[in-house]
Every structure is written in structure tokens, then in C-alpha cells.
Design a protein. Structure first.
Length: 506
């Protein structure tokens, strides 16, 4: 038996990116212009895409291929914050850009799309591989999948995959109904439910931090960790999306998907391997272990909020009910906080405090892991300074980690003070981190679903959130209950205080 060639080690090189075509439904929308196209151009800039890679934009706007290319060029120049625009790279990239005008509800559009894909398969040598991306209203997801199926586009010479943006339903029943519709055309293994939080470098680094270092995992349980806080704060309001946000709210828009997925990544058991299903099995298992609240527990451990008028950055800002497209008596939550507990041996008795909101004092997303204090204060007179150790995972705007612990101050006597050990992505590696959409788009093209959400995970998270929704929908809240620029309603502070803690201010 011959020895393995070391240069054939799959870990030695970047994963091979196959030839394929990407079809973006809703190509004239903000998501494509602000996120998808800049991410795709950056992948081309970094030579990460195959030579024959092609993009077909689909929307109702009557554009030619050249007009579409011009618009996408403008979008890339405007929204590619850390990528230098190089005309030569753009020209090569733009040769693979095509456009198809049409309506998702029109069966003829799908047949024309099939013809376009056949032409591109011949001219660009894509091998029949197609990734469909639904950057459209959630109400159109099922219709788009149905249209692809009726036109025979759910299968072909190569692989066919479907990327679906959140929200994945608006409750457990609708989430299941949506999955049933998608599964009529695509197998679950070919459905990629995208959660851009899971594509962020720091969220991925949680796995490396926990399972790649022998010193942390032994401390990662109820014996050493007192509680965990996850905060996702935005200083902006609804930014002209009042109509959409009024139907969603902070609980469904952020906690049901983003923050519960982050919590699952923090708290999951080690997977047997780093294969997609092994990692997702453990995240799903954790989500299923979260205690489902009773109505009385919801009233104690979940807090809804809505911002009123206030002042941020020296400027007066309107309340949510004064925003364009919002009902003057809206009961939508723009702030949501909840205390979750996990019913398993590792985390029994450890509260996880999650909060998110709009019009908070600053934009920040972080996880703070609060360790239990030292069992005995042996330093006389220092008990007040014996602050517990704290690990902070910063997700945005600056990605990194901080470990806070006590150290002796220089000089005579045993005087202690908190100090920090900081790790910052930018300064430590000296290179840019890819955007979440760069990572997730490339993974979908390669066929790596590790960072995507599976159907059972979606259902498990809706089971956690649905009892909170039901109570909040059945009772009228006294809104607004916090001023823009505050850290949410006082009830959120009281919720955490009942457990003997207080929110950490990021």
C-alpha cells in the first residue's frame, strides 16, 4: 500500500468550489444590493469563485442584462465597505451576470428561467448545478418553490439547492407548513435556511474556543458557570420598515432565530466530528432541552417592551408608534427579554438571560459568561472587590474575546483589581474577516450546511418562543414602556434581579 500523498490532504487547501449558477429571486431588493452582491463580488475579488460562476437576477423590474450589471456595479461600489473596486475584476465578474424580468406568481417565468439556465449551462459550463436564493417576501417562499417544481427546476443534470431567508414561519404551525411546501420540491438536505448570525466569525469561533482548547471545556457547565447573558442591541429604529416590523417584533425577529441559535452554539455538547449533521444534531438537541414556559412563568421570566420618543446622540427621535407605517396603538414589541433554562445535566440551574431591542443606547451584540465566585474570600477586607471571572464574546461591531479576572495591584499589601486579557480579530490576525454572507454563500455553493438551520432546529426554537407569543398576544401591554436611548423597560431589570443578578452594560 502506497503512502498517502501529503499534498492530497484535504485540510491543506481551501475547499474546492464547484461550477454553478446562482439564481437570486428579488434581485432588485435591498438585501441583494447591500449584502449579497457585495459579498459575491468580494468572493470573486479573492478568487474564491469558479471561472464559470454565473448569477441570474430575477425580479419584476424591466431591465436588460446590461442595465442589471450597471445597477449591481453601483451597489458594489456603494456597499462594499472594505473591498477596493478594481475595474478588471468587475469586468470578469460582470460577464457572469444575467437578468430575467418576471413575477414569482407567473408560471411562464419559470419556464423562461429554465431556458436561461440551459443556455448558461452550455456557455458557462456550470454542470447543471444551481443554487436558488429566495430574497423575497416570506409569503412568496412556498409559491417560488412550487413554481420551480412545476417547471422541473428542482432537479437537473447537477445538484439543486434552495436558500431561504428568515423568518421561517411566524409560529410553529406556519413553520411546519412552509417546510412541507418546500419539501415537495427539495429534500431537507437541499434546503439551506440562512441565519447570518451563524456566519459571523466570532460565533464560529465559539466552537474553536470551546472544543479546540483543553483548558475551557472542563469549566463549561453548572459547576463553574453562574449564568450567561446574550445581548443584541440596536441604536436605530425600524428605518422605514415599520410595516414589516409591526408584523414581526423583536421576539420573533431576533430571539426565535438569531439569539437562540447563538445560545445553542454556546451551550451544545461536543459533536462527534465537525461534519454538518453532527454539529447540527447537537445544536438541535440543546434547543429541544430548553424548558418550555408555562403562562405564569412567561409573566415572570419574559418581558416585552416598545420604545417611545427619546433622545439618542443628541437628537430627538420618535417613538415606535410615530414611525411611518406603524399603527398608532401598535402592540408590537421592539424589545424582548427572557430567562431560559436548559433541562440537562450540564446546565441544570444555570439561567440564560437573552435580550434584544431597537433604539437602545448603542449597537452591540455580545455574549457574557459569568463564572461563579471563588469559594472563599481569603484576602481580608477584599470581599467587595472579589468580582467573579467573566468571559465576553464580542460579535459586533468589533469582533473579539475578553477574559476578565482579578490580579494584585503593584505595591505593598494584597490589593486586588480586575484586569482583562483581550483578543481582537483585526489586530491579532492582521487580515480582514469575511462577512457573514461571504461565508454562508460559499458554504451553500460547496454544500456545507454546518452553519445553516435545519427544520427540526426551527421547530424546536418555535416551541420555546410560542408560549411567550401566546401570552403577549392575549394581554394588552402598557406601551410605550421605555424611552428611546434607554436599555429597555425596568421590568427587564427586575426579571434578572429576581434571579439575583443584573444586566451587564456592554
Amino acid at each position: 500500500m502506497s503512502a498517502q500523498n501529503p499534498f492530497q490532504d484535504p485540510l491543506r487547501f481551501e475547499r474546492r468550489v464547484p461550477e454553478c449558477a446562482l439564481v437570486i429571486f428579488g434581485a432588485s431588493g435591498d438585501l441583494n444590493k447591500r449584502k449579497l452582491m457585495p459579498a459575491l463580488f468580494r468572493l470573486a475579488y479573492d478568487r474564491r469563485l469558479s471561472a464559470g460562476f454565473a448569477i441570474i437576477g430575477v425580479s419584476r423590474s424591466p431591465l436588460s442584462d446590461d442595465q442589471f450589471r450597471e445597477r449591481m456595479c453601483e451597489a458594489v461600489k456603494e456597499f462594499s465597505e472594505d473591498t477596493q473596486f478594481e475595474p478588471d475584476v468587475w469586468q470578469a465578474f460582470a460577464q457572469g451576470l444575467f437578468y430575467l424580468p418576471g413575477d414569482i406568481g407567473d408560471p411562464d417565468m419559470y419556464h423562461r428561467l429554465g431556458q436561461k439556465l440551459s443556455e448558461i449551462e452550455q456557455s458557462r459550463h456550470t454542470g447543471g448545478n444551481v443554487l436558488f436564493y429566495l430574497s423575497v417576501q416570506p409569503s412568496q417562499y412556498a409559491r417560488a418553490a412550487q413554481g420551480l417544481g412545476e417547471a422541473g427546476l428542482g432537479s437537473g443534470n447537477g445538484w439543486r439547492r434552495l436558500v431561504v431567508e428568515k423568518p421561517f414561519g411566524h409560529d410553529l404551525e406556519s413553520a411546519r407548513a412552509l417546510s412541507d411546501e418546500l419539501h415537495k420540491v427539495f429534500q431537507e438536505s437541499d434546503v439551506y435556511r440562512i441565519d447570518h448570525y451563524l456566519g459571523k466569525e466570532t460565533v464560529q469561533n465559539i466552537l474553536a474556543f470551546r472544543f479546540g482548547n483543553g483548558i475551557f471545556e472542563p469549566l463549561w457547565d453548572r459547576r463553574y458557570i453562574d449564568h450567561v447573558q446574550i445581548t443584541a442591541a440596536e441604536s436605530i429604529g425600524v428605518e422605514g420598515r415599520g410595516g414589516y416590523y409591526q408584523e414581526a417584533g423583536a421576539l420573533a425577529d431576533m430571539i426565535q432565530n438569531h439569539l437562540l441559535q447563538v445560545m445553542a452554539t454556546i451551550a451544545m455538547e461536543p459533536s462527534a466530528s465537525f461534519r454538518a449533521d453532527s454539529v447540527r444534531d447537537e445544536r438541535a438537541k440543546l434547543l429541544r432541552s430548553i424548558h418550555i414556559m408555562s403562562p405564569e412563568e412567561v409573566r415572570q421570566d419574559a418581558v416585552a417592551g416598545q420604545y417611545g420618543p427619546g433622545r439618542i446622540g443628541g437628537k430627538d427621535v420618535p417613538g415606535f408608534r410615530e414611525e411611518q407605517g406603524v399603527d398608532a396603538e401598535s402592540q408590537t414589541n421592539t424589545f424582548a427579554a427572557a430567562t431560559f433554562v436548559v433541562d440537562n445535566w450540564r446546565w441544570a440551574g444555570v439561567p440564560f438571560f437573552l435580550r434584544t431591542g431597537k433604539r437602545l443606547p448603542k449597537r452591540t451584540t455580545e455574549i457574557s459568561i459569568h463564572f461563579k465566585p471563588a469559594p472563599l474570600a481569603i484576602f481580608n477586607g477584599q470581599a467587595a472587590q472579589m468580582t467573579p471571572n467573566l468571559l465576553i464574546v464580542r460579535i459586533q461591531p468589533e469582533e473579539g474575546l475578553s477574559l476578565k479576572f482579578l490580579s494584585k495591584r503593584p505595591g505593598t499589601g494584597m490589593n486586588l483589581r480586575p484586569v482583562s486579557m483581550d483578543f481582537n480579530y483585526g489586530s491579532s490576525f492582521g487580515e480582514r474577516s469575511p462577512s457573514a454572507y461571504e461565508t454562508l454563500l460559499l458554504d451553500a455553493i460547496i454544500g456545507d450546511a454546518t452553519l445553516y438551520t435545519r427544520q427540526d432546529m426551527v421547530e424546536a426554537s418555535w416551541k420555546v418562543v410560542e408560549p411567550i407569543q401566546q401570552v403577549w398576544h392575549s394581554e394588552k401591554n402598557d406601551f410605550p414602556n421605555y424611552a428611546a436611548g434607554a436599555w429597555g423597560p425596568k421590568e427587564a431589570d427586575e426579571m434578572v434581579a429576581r434571579h439575583g443578578h443584573s444586566w451587564r452594560e456592554p
